[in-house]
Design a protein. Structure first.
Length: 223
């Protein structure tokens, strides 16, 4: 019988195409975690050092990292910082036999999702992994959506982008025409093209997409 964490459809769906990475210099701990994760059908990759993990090619699937906070010659907290700097984003769960409150606080403030003292309960770990993979799955969906929006925005001509920014600022066609020294007809054409390429159903939808991309309305003489 599978542990309850993987009995629901949502958790099962995530586990079918996800990877759990384990970095621990204790071979017995790596083997133990591999056995646990194998038992619930999760793909797992284990490493004895952070460098092995960092050098390993990562798949663009929901992932999480189980990281020993005290490795030989290096600190798990330092590895966490290096991952952040390099843009490697995935939920991290720390495990340690020497954990203390200060270390836990530092790890959690830096973005760790959980902190487990050894020995830990298998079910607690599986519950945390389920939540971490679901969280990373949501991140990947968001990243994909933003990438799609960015590609759509980049497909706009410079003038269409300028018109879009004015529309987002709340200007009417007549006001935009004055700002850009164009005819209202020309502005209307550019506005229509921008809306079409951005697949925006309304001005409000266009504003939401601009906000998601971090596009700020320009300063205008009409405001």
């Amino acid at each position: 019988m599978l542990p309850r964490s993987f009995s629901t459809p949502a958790a099962g769906d995530v586990s079918k195409a996800s990877i759990v990475y384990v970095v621990d210099d204790d071979e017995s701990m790596r083997d133990s975690l591999r056995g646990l994760l194998d038992s619930v059908g999760l793909s797992v990759e284990t490493f004895a050092s952070s460098q092995e993990f960092l050098d390993f090619p990562k798949c663009n699937v929901p992932s999480c990292l189980i990281l020993d906070v005290r490795l030989r010659g290096e600190s798990g907290l330092t590895i966490q910082q290096e991952m952040t700097k390099s843009g490697l984003r995935m939920p991290i769960m720390f495990i340690t036999g020497y954990g203390d409150i200060e270390m836990s606080v530092k790890a959690m403030k830096a973005g760790a999702v959980d902190f487990f003292p050894k020995p830990f309960h298998d079910q607690d770990m599986l519950d945390a992994i389920t939540q971490a993979l679901a969280r990373d799955s949501e991140r990947l969906v968001t990243d994909k959506s933003i990438a799609s929006l960015r590609a759509a925005y980049d497909s706009l001509t410079p003038r269409e982008q300028q018109v879009m920014r004015f529309v987002v600022a709340g200007l009417m066609n007549k006001q935009i025409a004055s700002e850009m020294h164009l005819s209202e007809v020309t502005v209307k054409v550019h506005r229509g093209q921008a809306m079409k390429k951005m697949t925006a159903r309304s001005v409000a939808d266009l504003v939401r997409k601009a906000e998601a991309l971090g596009i700020k309305p320009p300063q205008t003489k009409t405001r």
